[in-house]
Write a protein that binds this ligand. Structure first.
Ligand code: PMP
Length: 387
């Protein structure tokens, strides 16, 4: 295990004078905190002896029913019996990796991919092979080629890890046509898909896309989370898996932590039962859309020629590529001196790529701060080009 570059940055980035375009923290300030306080007090008064007791390894049955209702928004018809509640989707990732991976096994992942997943894969000594992505997500031809080339080497692929919607860190989304192709390729090659979907309901245009799991209940382990649609502080996420996998997940969960916090699960259940959660998600979407627009407009106006970036249709992140010759990690200390922080691209690859990339997040700073942050960053990049 090694320290994540994102984590190491938090200390610097949290200084008030620094505009942090680094962390992916949801804007929990927008939540109805008074209502949450009331529902928690009510929960303790009415169901304290359950909320403060151990729970089952699989998670609270009523919450698992509610989770099925949330997943229906993305076309998933699931049985609550196949859901395992986890400590954020991060723990679901850990449990899935624990049950599938022996050292040296291959995990396919988009290049770039979520730094927290790469850290988990490394901890279990998986060998990550990246698959190319473009503005429409994972490239199906590259996926087919990678699967064939790993097979030729006689190595075993345990699963494809993918974030199809509003990817972290690239901000891109797998198109509907490609969703079908990717699933077809994986089905033919007998490769399990781990679909990590914490941002799926945070799209800025139209209805949520259909999840990969919606059309292939047996070929996909789906990971979900309340971290971005409600609050990460509850640490409630889940895995939806085929029966055999679900059984192992419950065993792994019990051996890891006995059970999730009953208190957190019941609080989230109470929130879903009593609060207008769909409207809350809608207002998060509007808030993040405004911030995305602010960031894209500022980049357009201020970044020197030669920089390119993605245009996310949802989620939290823009992925920027610097002109040839520049190195984002080398630039970071100068950026921090100018009071702006970002995450250098190399942390999002297992193979050392990404030197010219940086992840810019627009989820947490207010629009004025985003504009100011991009202005400072553009100044630093401009300076680098001159030296
Ligand atoms: N997957 C992805 C793609 C993420 O971006 C995150 C949070 N940054 C997680 C999983 C983990 O989220 P949580 O454990 O809070 O559900």
């Amino acid at each position: 295990m090694v320290a994540s570059e994102v984590r190491a940055l938090f200390a610097v980035a949290s200084r008030p004078e620094v505009v942090s375009l680094a962390g992916g923290m949801p804007y929990v300030t927008a939540l109805p905190l008074d209502s949450v306080g009331e529902l928690v007090a009510d929960l303790v008064a009415r169901r304290g002896t359950v909320a403060l007791q151990y729970g089952s390894g699989q998670g609270d049955p009523a919450l698992r029913e509610q989770i099925c209702e949330v997943m229906r928004l993305e076309g998933i018809e699931a049985n609550a019996d196949d859901v395992v509640v986890t400590v954020g989707s991060q723990q679901a990732l850990d449990l899935v990796t624990r049950i599938f991976i022996d050292p040296g096994d291959v995990v396919l992942a988009e290049g770039p991919s979520y730094v927290g997943a790469l850290g988990t894969f490394a901890a279990y000594e998986a060998s990550v092979v990246h698959v190319a992505m473009d503005d429409h997500g994972l490239v199906p031809e590259a996926l087919a080629e990678t699967i064939a080339s790993v097979a030729r080497q006689g190595r075993r692929i345990k699963f494809l890890y993918t974030i199809p919607s509003f990817q972290n860190p690239a901000g891109v989304t797998l198109s509907a046509a490609r969703r079908r192709q990717v699933m077809e390729i994986c089905r033919r090659a007998d490769v399990l898909v781990v679909e990590d979907n914490p941002y799926g309901l945070l799209g800025f245009e139209g209805d949520p896309m259909r999840a990969l799991r919606a059309d292939d209940p047996d070929g996909v382990v789906y990971l979900g989370s309340f971290s971005k649609t409600l609050a990460p502080g509850f640490r409630v996420g889940w895995a939806l898996a085929p029966h055999a996998v679900r059984d192992k997940l419950v065993l792994a969960m019990e051996s890891a932590v006995l059970s999730h916090s009953s208190f957190a699960q019941l609080a989230v259940g109470q929130y879903l039962a009593t609060q207008p959660w769909r409207e809350q998600i809608k207002s998060f979407r509007e808030l993040y859309r405004e911030r995305r627009d602010t960031m894209l407009a500022a980049l357009e106006a201020l970044m020197p020629p030669g920089c390119v970036w993605t245009r996310p249709a949802g989620g939290f992140f823009v992925w920027m590529t610097l002109p040839e010759g520049l190195d984002s990690k080398a630039i970071l200390p100068r950026a921090v001196a100018e009071r702006v922080a970002f995450v250098p691209g190399t942390g999002f690859y297992a193979d050392g790529s990404g030197a010219r990339n940086m992840r810019l997040s627009y989820c947490y700073p207010e629009p004025d701060r985003i504009r100011e942050g991009v202005r400072r960053l553009a100044g630093v990049v401009q300076q680098e080009l001159l030296t």
